[in-house]
Design a protein around this ligand. Structure first.
Ligand code: CO
Length: 134
């Protein structure tokens, strides 16, 4: 059911330092920081040949990554995002298998303008999973 790895999101306490690590130390191509107020994050996209890394810094009062950074002050992998062809079909299959979909279970428009859902980390080996309709 899941297809390509769309991105791995890493929450970071210092976006400039994280960008520098990826651009200089690791030699990757990084974007300028982009504020996404609707999603409560500022993002730097790291482009790799086969996928993307998203470096996330909390933005605003109710950032969805604020609690994560409190528990992981040095940063850490926040979620992985897999592509699916049909997000509603994927959701219904997962719910039938007993997996928990976060929020109200309805897809939201994600950071790339496409429908996304998040799945409970306790059902997926301790990893928050984002599904994006490709
Ligand atoms: Co994501």
């Amino acid at each position: 059911m899941i297809g390509r790895l769309n991105h791995i999101a890493i929450a970071v306490p210092d976006l400039a330092a994280a960008s520098e690590t990826y651009s200089t130390t690791l030699g990757a191509k990084v974007s300028q920081p982009i504020d996404e107020p609707d999603h409560g994050v500022t993002v730097v996209f790291v482009e790799l040949p086969n996928t993307k890394i998203e470096l996330l810094l909390p933005l605003g009062e109710d950032s969805p990554i604020a609690n994560f950074l409190e528990r992981n002050p040095g940063g850490g992998i926040h979620h992985v995002c897999y592509e699916v062809d049909d997000i509603l079909a994927a959701r219904d299959k997962l719910k039938a298998e007993g997996a928990r979909v976060l929020g109200d279970g309805e897809p939201k428009i994600g950071a790339h303008g496409k429908p996304v859902l998040f799945l409970h980390p306790k059902d997926f080996l301790g990893t928050l999973v984002e599904l994006e309709q490709a």
